[in-house]
Design a protein around this ligand. Structure first.
Ligand SMILES: N[C@@H](CCC(=O)N[C@@H](CS)C(=O)NCC(=O)O)C(=O)O
Length: 230
């Protein structure tokens, strides 16, 4: 298994190579999470593992994978070739991030998908993941397409999705964001962390003051600090 993290499934030369983090799990429940340090989707699962105290049963294994060069261990477990993947002793591998987080939340009975606000939480998570999808595809457009084939219009359209999402969050979601911890909030924090990592120059905080203030506080959580991409 290749253990050097290239990043968000793109190229991330500044990511420190890592392999296993935390205790090595043993026993029937032992699981492995395939991730790379800069992957915002994998970070959702990694933050959840810390918030719900499950690092003792899930070993984090950094892999090196890109859209053009899928790591064999990722391809073997997830036909779409994407991370995160959760390898389990007691059942088939799980993907994508939303399936993994739902599974790990249920396993720990952590209540990050509270029944009383389930549809809100899922919609918030979908909004956050949509922002991440667009932000990631902008990076892929530049890294993995020949320059002559890159489309500035397409990149602008992706960024428009990001800014529309941020605006809606800043306008309508602040009271939810200030409520009890849930998976929508974690997904959003991972999305915003990715904007800082890859799109800092676009200054997403401008015009989204409340969201920026919320993120400032949320990113101080230990789980966020420990998983911050370098
Ligand atoms: N919907 C998926 C998206 C996962 C995803 O796009 N992961 C990226 C890294 S952040 C990846 O593996 N890219 C490699 C590829 O697209 O082949 C999820 O939520 O897990």
């Amino acid at each position: 298994m290749r253990l050097l993290g290239k990043g968000d499934g793109s190229v991330n030369p500044d990511s420190a190579p890592r392999d296993v983090v935390g205790n090595v799990p043993q026993g029937a429940d032992a699981m492995k999470l395939l991730y790379s340090p800069a992957s915002p989707f994998a970070r959702k699962a990694r933050v959840l593992l810390r918030e719900t105290n499950q690092l003792g049963v899930v070993e984090e294994v950094a892999v090196s994978t890109t859209p053009h060069d899928t790591a064999p261990e990722v391809a073997a477990a997830n036909p779409t070739g994407r991370i995160p993947v959760l390898l389990r002793e007691e059942g088939p591998a799980l993907y994508d991030s939303r399936v993994i987080t739902r599974f790990l939340d249920a396993r720990a009975k952590a209540g990050l998908y509270q029944e009383a606000r389930l549809w809100e939480v899922l919609t918030l998570e979908a909004t956050a993941d949509g922002i991440t999808d667009s932000a990631l595809s902008m990076v892929y457009e530049v890294l993995f397409r020949p320059e002559a084939q890159q489309s500035p219009e397409w990149i602008a359209a992706q960024w428009a999705k990001v800014t529309r999402g941020l605006q809606v969050l800043d306008d309508r979601w602040m009271s939810h964001l200030h409520g009890p911890l849930d998976m929508g909030q974690i997904a959003l924090a991972c999305a915003l962390g990715y904007l800082d990592l890859r799109h800092e120059a676009r200054k997403w905080r401008q015009g989204n003051d409340m969201l920026a203030a919320w993120y400032g506080r949320f990113s101080e959580r230990q789980a966020m600090v420990e998983t911050r991409p370098v």
